[in-house]
Ligand binder design. Sequence first.
Ligand SMILES: Cc1cc2nc3c(=O)[nH]c(=O)nc-3n(C[C@H](O)[C@H](O)[C@H](O)COP(=O)(O)OP(=O)(O)OC[C@H]3O[C@@H](n4cnc5c(N)ncnc54)[C@H](O)[C@@H]3O)c2cc1C
Length: 496
Amino acid sequence: MKTDVLLIGSGIMSSTLGVMLKELQPGLSVHLFEVTGKPAQEASNGWNNAGTGHAGICELSYTPHQEEDGTVDITKAISVFEDFEHSLQFWAHAARRGIIKDTGECLNALPHISLVHTEEQVPYLKARFEGLKKHHFFEPMKHSTDRKEIEEWAPLLMQGRDPGQPVAATYMEGGTDVNFGEISRHFCEWLDEQDHCGAHFGHRVVDLYKKTLEKGWIVTVRNEETGEKQKVHADFVFVGAGGGSLPLLQKSGIPEVKGYGGFPIGGQWMITGNPEVVAKHTAKVYGQALGAAPTMAVPHLDTRVIDGERYLLFGPFAAWTGKFLHNGGSHLDLPRSVRAGNILSLMRVGIHNLDLVKYLVEQGLQSKESRMRELRNFYPDAREEDWEVIDAGIRVQAIKQEPGEEPGIVHYGTEVLTSSDKTISALLGASPGASVSTQVMLECIQRCLPQLLESDEAKARMSEMIPNWNEDLKVDLARDRYLEIHGRAMADLNLV
Ligand SMILES: Cc1cc2nc3c(=O)[nH]c(=O)nc-3n(C[C@H](O)[C@H](O)[C@H](O)COP(=O)(O)OP(=O)(O)OC[C@H]3O[C@@H](n4cnc5c(N)ncnc54)[C@H](O)[C@@H]3O)c2cc1C
């Protein structure tokens, strides 16, 4: 079998790239191989992530502290918002084209709220609000320290709260709850229907090696049901295998992977489907990370809509794991990923992040009562019998050794690793991940397949998919343009 593009994995990354490439160059052959029997069963699955359309509205980790002059640096929040706008635009295009057939399965509008409840956090939140409010992305944001008003925004947050406790919140409409797994499913189904394309489930990529005489790769794929192996020749390979990406890259033998390691972090949620409780909360509410908590373990209380049902999810609670994947992963994944080139990075990361390791072990062993105590910081009247603990997805954080620098875990980043001849690219790291999938895949095309974007016709096609792909919407002068295209995308996605 021969294909122009081979995609590994059916999560939001590979499936986004597949649709984007096929829309850009309809003549391309694109084949996607996925080990599980159904699309997006790992990190992108609705149950495995928080479904927050990360736009910097409520996540305090993008604006972590007040500067000495009392202001809060909002640069990162603005940039995350703009990246997410690319995704909204791309998904709106997919809805207009019938690629996403039912937007309600994929996206729901939800207010995004930030909540703080300590003396030192209250002035911080005000300063963050003052900074954000000046930018056109965040114009609709409201701020309050009035308990009644906050209760109107989200009743569960205030009922039963100690009247002496200082509280403050910001509130903004236009946030989203996203089922990234459903988007991936719609994308895979569409790709499978296109000429010269296919989405092959139950097919594990077991090996890949570089062609010697010409550019490209020979990829070995095993049918999980029959055990039969086939070799697929591909000019370009994208490794979007989530936790499975690092082992595959190591097999590819590209020198760029030397020094990279993976550090898996498991997760758990508390969940309730009690209709009485669920009916009282319609928002995503983020707080601040505590102690050694990694940024991805910032607690939040979210309305989720999954498979047409509403739930409240609280968490995530991080947990220690050795596995890189849920399905078919093994606690030996971490030790098996150790190579001469990354053993030093991994050892140093272990030594320099003992606090984190201790935190992960403690979090995983926490009793339900102690989890309830954390939940009651958000929802003081929460009753233990309404909530159960379920597993969340695994994030394999990328560890890399920069020349001359101490290795460290990349807590909040997505690393795209590309070979020098640009014939293979892979995504390592997991967060903020799914929300910025469109931007990450756009950059992948610009870096690895720039010839596909050269002609005026191709540029026009990209503008149809992502009107702002080569525009800066952040600058003041772009306010009207932003309002115009944002409004259209929100309407096409049924989010207004
Ligand atoms: C607890 C948690 C909360 C999160 N919350 C958010 C959030 O609120 N918002 C947000 O934007 N992001 C969030 N993320 C991050 C987001 O889920 C990920 O960044 C994103 O889903 C990664 O997508 P992916 O396509 O790279 O990987 P995945 O969705 O993991 O897909 C990889 C696919 O590759 C397949 N695969 C693996 N190995 C092979 C192989 N050898 N052959 C064939 N197929 C293979 C797997 O089966 C899987 O289907 C969260 C993640 C976690 C874990």
